[in-house]
Design a protein around this ligand. Sequence first.
Ligand code: T46
Length: 134
Amino acid sequence: MQVIKYMFQPHGDDRGQLVALEEFKDIPFKIKRVYYMYDTGEGVRRGYHAHKNLEQILICIHGTCKILLDNGKEKKVVPLEKPYEGLYVANNMWREMFDFSPDAVLLVLASEAYDESDYIRNYDDFLEFIKESE
Ligand code: T46
């Protein structure tokens, strides 16, 4: 499985760091939605789904967390530990987010608006979706 991690360019000076992200330049799709999660309690594991169409970039802009990616054949755990790294998560990828540090803020840039019908929340349905799209 190919893991696509973007290393964004921090613009640093003696005032601190600044990262700027532009669609089709730093991000490979049009950004239609931004959301973020924080105050994730100890031991919390979120996600447990894939998407039919949605593409996303996950950035842990504060603290750290881990992302499990599962393409139905292979699983990989990707740590997100820097505010300038972004993990690309394709549509047909089962994802789980876990091991959040108490101060973690996970920012997500999404290619589509929120649509519950785009979610595949059952793992067997996910495997079926993968098989059909091959
Ligand atoms: C994903 C991972 C990385 C909204 O109302 N609008 C939104 O845009 C989103 C993302 C969520 N919600 C509501 C729906 C639920 O009542 O917020 C609540 C929590 O969402 P969910 O349980 O889907 O959160 P996660 O952390 O399991 O998954 C989220 C995204 O939903 C998902 O697309 O890939 O983060």
